[in-house]
Write a protein that binds this ligand. Structure first.
Ligand code: SF4
Length: 271
């Protein structure tokens, strides 16, 4: 008979476990203040946030991490994060992070921004921060829409993608082409580390965590600017049933914004 109090017990798989939900535990993950959030079912942003907090915790930096937060649906998650945070104006998080890091160089300083915030409203901020080689980490949650304000097109929306104001799909002739921000930042000399990941499946979540670890390590070594773009699902903004979000991300956004490392130790990684 298996002892239910044994933390290393093997749960038999030959029949559905009795009281299965009680076997999953109830403790919160580290650096998380509560178990619920207000984002839509199927949203990828909480998955990305989990990886960021885990990376900070495992580096032992929870008392010396400072996040500067943009404007977007993820802003609702900041009340869950048990680290120091600064709320920046639209697009200005990289400049706020620059000031925090220059004042407190021993701290781990990062931004958390969406594609509307970073690539539309604040594009010059992140480009200049990278070009100066500021020793901060900028993290982009890219879902190709302004989710918080209703799902409008952003600068990263891929051709053919339906949004609230490109209901027939983004058209290059009318709306221009998507900006591949990771590829752009990787080419700046001040950028030491640059990568693009996604959270549409378990492998993607694992890769996201690995890239975050490397970006934070790069910052703590003082190598210069580091950047991690994380593709996240927004089934609400994509007019999709929740369950179709991960495949859409993989096959549509992921086909244009390709995942992988783009720069390591200041050296571009050619495809
Ligand atoms: S609108 Fe999109 S990004 Fe915003 S919470 Fe809903 S799924 Fe997430």
């Amino acid at each position: 008979m298996t002892d239910p109090n044994d933390p290393l017990r093997v749960i038999p798989t030959d029949a559905p476990p009795v009281g299965a939900c009680r076997q999953t535990g109830t403790s919160l993950p580290p650096l998380t203040l509560m178990g619920e959030h207000d984002l839509c079912p199927g949203c990828g942003e909480p998955l990305a946030l989990r990886q960021i907090l885990d990376a900070i915790d495992e580096m032992g930096m929870s008392q010396r991490a400072i996040g500067t937060i943009g404007i977007g649906c993820y802003t609702a998650l900041t009340s869950l994060m048990d680290i120091d945070l600064i709320q920046a104006l639209h697009g200005r998080a990289p400049s706020v992070a620059t000031g925090a890091k220059r004042m407190l160089p021993e701290n781990l300083v990062f931004t958390l921004q969406g594609d509307g915030d970073m690539v539309n409203e604040g594009l010059q901020e992140v480009i200049h921060t990278a070009a100066r080689g500021e020793n901060v980490t900028c993290i982009l949650l890219n879902n190709g829409v302004f989710g918080e304000t209703g799902g409008h097109m952003t600068a990263t929306t891929v051709l053919g993608q339906r949004t609230k104001n490109s209901i027939e799909g983004r058209d290059a002739g009318e709306h221009g082409y998507p900006i591949l921000i990771g590829d752009l930042l990787a080419r700046l000399q001040g950028t030491a580390y640059c990568a693009r990941a996604s959270v549409h499946d378990a492998k993607g979540v694992h890769r996201t965590r690995r890239f975050l670890d490397r970006a934070f390590e790069s910052q703590m070594k003082g190598q210069g600017f580091s950047f991690v773009e994380i593709l996240t699902m927004c089934p609400t903004g994509w007019f999709l049933p929740t369950a179709e979000g991960p495949d859409y991300l993989d096959q549509e956004l992921g086909a244009v914004h390709e995942v992988g490392e783009l720069k390591k130790d200041g050296v571009l990684i050619e495809a």
